[in-house]
Design a protein around this ligand. Structure first.
Ligand code: SAM
Length: 484
């Protein structure tokens, strides 16, 4: 009998665009023979045929998009065909192999887009009574966990009469979604305003093919969230940032009730908190536009979230007029260099040129790139002749503002240096703030209108601040809404 079988990969329905590139990256990381179709649409699950169980287990050992994997015994587009297919599946084999007297089992009923009551779940389990279970039921720790899954479409406002697909099989493995809890920002020792969400950091680390004994660099490390994700997958990590105070945990605390930072709040303490200190190589203060790393240093991946000027400054150090003076940094003589704005074009140009020099061949550069939805077209993305863009997934931010997670693979040793002036110019920051102001103004105008309507209905507005706002002439309300 072939060891190739049919598997259901059931995903969490969030960051949907990131799912396909993540699984494709894992297939490459483990060098698996699995061929994926070009797209699976938005359904929360995929069915893969002719796949080895060991291969899907490898995917599950790393994927953070994946909820669980099931070996499929039967699927059908309605109850009748589902049960027929299950009966036609070598049911006696199944009973012998997984439901024998000396084994224990459980059946879990799971649904998507429809909640069903406990009694209905029991009824679904009883509908499978032609499977000859001889083993003991064990709800806590069974040897075989069977999954009965009903998919009720994607639209919660239009749930069909019958499920769109019914699937039954044997649970193989969960994905790694629990890692996100283990590195949650809520319990992390050192965080800041820009700390990257754990799930996205882990997705980036998977996109970057992080692995044991790899060396990963984040040149805009901030509080080091990406370094944690890369280390979680076994890579040695190095980070740099222009902001000494940020890098060493000396900025204002970002937790609401925290007044001062603890002595040892820093990236290294986070690594110790997660027992990853053996993978922490170093962090250093550096302006990326003039990164001091020796040309011979090579990384397996560069994974980073550069600044877009929204929550953090995009700055670069400018040389002083009249040449460079030597500066000694001591506790009592701190040196704060002058900085100027670092344009998005220069930054991404520098990033690609740096990666062309410091990444090993086939190494990956994974980075976020901010864009306004209206302005987006693929030609806008920064390119370099040494790199191919192999994944590009969008995450919505605010209004029309989005950012795209770009994954580049270094495909040749040298390439033309990016001419940053030739990159298409766009002003994400300017647009982001204009848009945000518009949204805020609209919200305020609506708020005022509501107060005036309430006053017309006889409600007395006690709050002084509310009244002050009402008399604020900055907001042009209709005549009928004017405050008389
Ligand atoms: C979006 S934040 C990175 C956040 C980080 N991923 C984390 O989890 O905390 C961008 C970082 O780039 C740094 N930065 C800004 N300009 C820089 C430059 N010229 N060179 C190096 N770092 C810079 C900022 O200090 C900030 O910490």
């Amino acid at each position: 009998m072939s060891s190739l079988r049919r598997f259901l990969l059931y995903f969490a329905q969030e960051n949907i665009e990131f799912r396909y590139p993540e699984i494709k990256s894992l297939i490459q990381l483990f060098n698996l023979e699995i061929k994926l179709p070009n797209s699976f649409g938005e359904t929360p699950y995929w069915i893969l045929d002719d796949v080895d169980e060991q291969d899907v287990r490898k995917i599950a050992s790393r994927s953070v998009s994946l909820r669980y994997i099931v070996e499929v015994f039967s699927s059908g587009k309605n109850y009748k065909s589902f049960h027929e297919n299950l009966k036609n599946f070598s049911i006696s084999d199944l009973s012998k192999k997984y439901a024998s007297a000396d084994s224990s089992f459980r059946i879990t009923v799971d649904t998507y887009n429809k909640r069903i009551e406990h009694a209905e779940k029991i009824q679904r389990i009883e509908s499978l009574d032609y499977i000859d279970y001889k083993g003991k039921i064990d709800l806590k720790n069974p040897e075989n966990n069977f999954i009965y899954f009903e998919y009720w479409g994607l639209d919660p406002t239009n749930v069909p009469e019958e499920p769109v697909e019914i699937i039954f099989g044997r649970w193989i493995s969960d994905g790694q979604r629990d890692i996100t809890k283990s590195i949650s920002l809520k319990t992390r020792k050192f965080i800041g305003n820009t700390s990257m969400n754990p799930l996205l950091s882990l997705l980036m680390a998977n996109q970057g093919l992080c692995d044991k004994n790899h060396i990963v660099f984040d040149p805009f490390a901030g509080t080091g969230s990406i370094l944690i994700a890369a280390a979680k997958f076994g890579s040695f990590v190095i980070g740099s940032d222009i902001d000494y105070l940020m890098l060493h945990g000396r900025t204002k605390p970002s937790r609401v009730r925290q007044k001062v930072r603890e002595e040892d709040e820093n990236i290294k303490s986070n690594m110790i908190q997660y027992n990853l200190q053996h993978l922490y190589v170093d962090i250093f203060v550096s302006d990326f536009s003039n990164c001091p790393l020796n040309d011979a240093i090579e990384f397996d991946s560069i994974i980073t979230d550069p600044p877009y000027g929204i929550r953090e400054k995009m700055a670069q150090v400018v040389p002083k007029e009249g040449g460079r003076k030597s500066t000694v940094l001591t506790e009592d003589a701190k040196h704060y260099p002058s900085t100027s704005n670092y344009s998005i074009n220069s930054m991404y140009g520098d990033l690609l040129n740096f990666a062309a020099k410091h990444l090993k061949l086939h190494g990956r550069l994974v980075c976020w790139f901010p864009v306004n939805r209206d302005d987006y077209h693929e030609e806008l993305l920064p390119r370099h002749s040494a790199f191919q863009i192999i994944a590009n997934s969008e995450q919505k931010l605010n209004g029309d503002a989005t950012r795209r997670l770009l994954t580049y693979e270094k495909v040749k040793e040298s390439g033309e240096i990016v001419d940053v002036d030739a990159l298409e110019t766009f002003d994400f920051r300017q647009k982001y703030f204009t848009q945000a102001t518009n949204i805020k103004e609209k919200r305020l105008a609506t708020h005022h209108r509501n107060i005036i309507e309430a006053q017309k209905r006889g409600k007395i507005i006690e709050n002084l601040a509310e009244r002050k706002k009402l008399s604020n002439k900055k907001f042009h309300l209709d005549n009928e809404h004017s405050d008389k």
